[in-house]
Design a protein around this ligand. Sequence first.
Ligand SMILES: Cc1cc2nc3c(=O)[nH]c(=O)nc-3n(C[C@H](O)[C@H](O)[C@H](O)COP(=O)(O)OP(=O)(O)OC[C@H]3O[C@@H](n4cnc5c(N)ncnc54)[C@H](O)[C@@H]3O)c2cc1C
Length: 384
Amino acid sequence: MEKANKKAIVVGAGLSGAVIARELAEQGYDVQVFERRDHIGGNMFDYVDEHGILVHKYGPHTFHTTKKELFDYICKYGEWDEYHLTCGAVINGKCTPTPFNFQTIDDFFAPNEAKAIKEVLLHEFPSRETVTVVEALNCPNPLVRKYAEFLFENDYRPYSAKQWGLDPSQIDPSILKRVPLRLSYKIGYFDDPYQAMPRISYVEFFENLLDHPNISVELNHDALKDLSIEDGQILYLGQKVDYPIVYTGPIDELFNHAYGPLPYRSLRFEFNHEPIDSKQDMPVVAYPQEPGFVRIIEFKKLPVQNVPGTTYEKEYSLPTSSGGNDEPYYPLLTEKSQENYAKYKEMAEKVPYLYVCGRLGDFKYYNMDQALEAALAIANKILR
Ligand SMILES: Cc1cc2nc3c(=O)[nH]c(=O)nc-3n(C[C@H](O)[C@H](O)[C@H](O)COP(=O)(O)OP(=O)(O)OC[C@H]3O[C@@H](n4cnc5c(N)ncnc54)[C@H](O)[C@@H]3O)c2cc1C
């Protein structure tokens, strides 16, 4: 008699869920994936719109990593083209590159002063490619401070206030601890050695990842209708399970918000199409001084698509919590929310056969490479 496969359930067909499903399927598990949206791919979902332009439904996604093994992993399931994202910000009507660089200094200061600022920066921070905004704000040299304060008042302060729903006076420079300023004319948003976009689409990558005889995917299926946790045990359709349940949804929803909903910032994307060749200089541009929206993403530049007309989305930042009407995007990491998350995590860790992970399960902002690495670690843990 043939030996029956081991079984596993994976909740969520985003990157975390799909990678774990594939790893388990490769090792002989029958994996049932439940996804409550009507598509696979989670927040990396993309599609071709009615104007023939590939767009990202949940905001712009570029894969980047320092780790070759993670890049090699995604290459197993699709072809990727090298792609270096360039971003900008419009200040006083002028678009300048971000991270801000020497071009920014030329853009906003008179030639003599711009020359002096660049010289002083190189003198104050020798052999450095970047400095943080906080370092520049605290620099003893008044010219460096003048430059940093200009950026803080015209970009970081109003942008952060809009993004986090705060009054500009509440924005403390210390939140910019890691935000870099370039000490050269170098452009490009990331410095990672591996930066890529899928040759066809993220969805094609997910189709390949999930294309395995041991994996079945059910869309439009909210797994929490069938899963419950009672007396420290996880039940599926009312029965105790003795096989892995991987849950990549919001951890607070899994426990019926027992310690209250975890707070997030959400986003609203307003898609537009115009019969023009180009909307803005770069694919992703921040508009710190415009009321309402925070960024505009122009999709024909992400990756480059030679099509007539252009589709772009305006991104608005909104408050939310998981379980609200808006999608949770950026976890709000306050002392209170971290404390509550720790309680949920402790509860989850005590439940046999339950593996909570992914950006919503771990209540953490993950880049794709970080989500991938964490997912591979969970798959290994299950397989061990
Ligand atoms: C605006 C934006 C831009 C980003 N840009 C980049 C970028 O350029 N580069 C980068 O590396 N990263 C980027 N990221 C991060 C990237 O989106 C994440 O790393 C990645 O999507 C994490 O995948 P995940 O599977 O953990 O979560 P998700 O993609 O959120 O997948 C979780 C899935 O679980 C499903 N689910 C939840 N609950 C249930 C349930 N009860 N039943 C069934 N299904 C359920 C959800 O519907 C969802 O599809 C960006 C994020 C945002 C918000």
